[in-house]
Design a binder for this molecule. Structure first.
Ligand SMILES: Nc1nc2c(c(=O)[nH]1)N[C@H]1C(S)=C(S)[C@@H](COP(=O)(O)O)O[C@H]1N2
Ligand SMILES: [Mo]
Length: 356
């Protein structure tokens, strides 16, 4: 292993990944400067796991679907899922804690958790079975309220979602990622993909789905992955507001404190907004006024859009700022109020660049 990432199965070379400070050893963020095409290759996709990657034998594996919101319990094996109609979607998965490190910069105090910069996001083409198709096969009833997918990793990571989101067209039990069998680190043999929601909704190594007529609560929608702190009301039993969709945000394909030669450069990056679509990206270098960056195609809702601008770089230190706006008029703010878990940091970031 080239980094201290012993819980992860795939190689994590420094050319492709950063290891965030104070992370567990099953966390790596994508080095955005290493991205090339629209999709994040599986080999470079960030990994955020609360437990080491489990080794699961697909031939022994079963998905158990049960609960009082169903007419019948169901057990599906890998072959049965593969035999059902397969659907493909291109969607982002972004950790709710992406960019958490910037709370420390702004408030002089670290929010608890891995100190991610902006690389805890990736976009892939996922294919598999609609969760809705499975729930309908189990005879989901009118009274069903919450759906709890449970992971097979050591401590059984599990976070509920409401029936409406579970039944959405693009909520998948994914079996493939960018045309390959799901890699072990990303949830083999099956993971949920919950479009536009925080990454923690997209349960990996799925083993069980419980459908309840009651509101469901786990550690992961009450004590963590909530907006909690002085500016946020508690929503008992949660210590704050349980996080659902991800806000508008942009990232730049440059390392922190990147060094560039003087001369003309094309600076590139990506912008995204939960379930929606980004329609404008602006940039400002140092104190210059905001100007529009060029948006490329494709621009898939729930995934991201690539942006670019030309920059005549003169020697010295510079600061590059990027600001995205989505189709609903949401703009990246100048600041984000403190929250104890350091989630949803989507403020404009002053990115330092040194030109030699
Ligand atoms: N079973 C299980 N699913 C999980 C997790 C986990 O620790 N265990 N981590 C979640 C979190 S917090 C995120 S951000 C995404 C990360 O997905 P990735 O590792 O494929 O990038 O997976 C989610 N699904
Ligand atoms: Mo996450």
């Amino acid at each position: 292993m080239s980094n201290d990432t012993g819980g992860i199965d795939k190689p994590t070379p420094k050319a492709w990944f950063h290891v965030p400070e104070h992370g567990e050893n099953s966390n790596v963020e994508t080095r955005l400067a290493s991205l090339e095409g629209y999709l994040t290759p599986n080999s470079r996709f960030f990994v955020r796991s609360h437990n080491p990657t489990p080794r699961i034998d697909a031939s022994e594996w079963r998905l158990r679907i049960h609960g009082d919101g169903l007419s019948r319990a169901l057990e599906l094996d890998y072959a049965a899922l593969r035999a059902m109609p397969q659907v493909a979607v291109t969607r982002a998965i972004e950790c709710a804690g992406n960019a958490r490190a910037f709370f420390a910069e702004r408030y002089g105090q670290q929010a608890g958790g891995a100190q991610w910069h902006t690389g805890a996001i990736g976009v892939a083409e996922w294919s598999g079975v609609r969760l809705r198709d499975v729930l309908e096969r189990a005879g989901i009833t009118e009274a069903a309220r919450d759906v709890l997918p449970v992971g097979l990793d050591e401590k059984g990571f599990a976070r509920p979602l409401p029936v409406a989101k579970a039944m959405a067209d693009d909520t998948l039990i994914a079996l493939t990622m960018n045309g390959e069998q799901l890699p072990p680190d990303h949830g083999f043999p099956a993971r949920l993909v919950v479009s536009g929601w925080l990454g923690a909704a997209s349960i990996k190594w799925l083993g069980e789905i419980r459908v309840s007529t009651q509101a469901l609560h786990t550690h992961w929608n009450t004590r963590d992955y909530t907006l909690a702190g002085p500016d946020y009301p508690a929503q008992p039993p949660a210590d704050g507001i349980p996080i659902t969709t991800m806000p508008v945000m942009s990232v730049i394909e440059l390392d922190w404190n990147a060094e560039l030669p003087a001369g003309e450069h094309t600076l590139r990056g990506r912008a995204f907004s939960g379930e929606g679509r980004v329609c404008r990206v602006e940039y400002a270098v140092n104190d210059a006024p905001w100007r529009d960056a060029h948006l490329e195609t494709p621009n898939i809702p729930g995934a991201w859009v690539r942006w670019a601008f030309r920059w005549q770089a003169t020697p010295g230190p510079h600061v590059v700022r990027i600001r995205a706006t989505d189709e609903n008029g949401h703009v990246q703010p100048e600041s984000v109020p403190w929250n104890d878990h350091g989630c949803l940091y989507n403020a404009v970031i002053a990115h330092p660049v040194r030109v030699g």
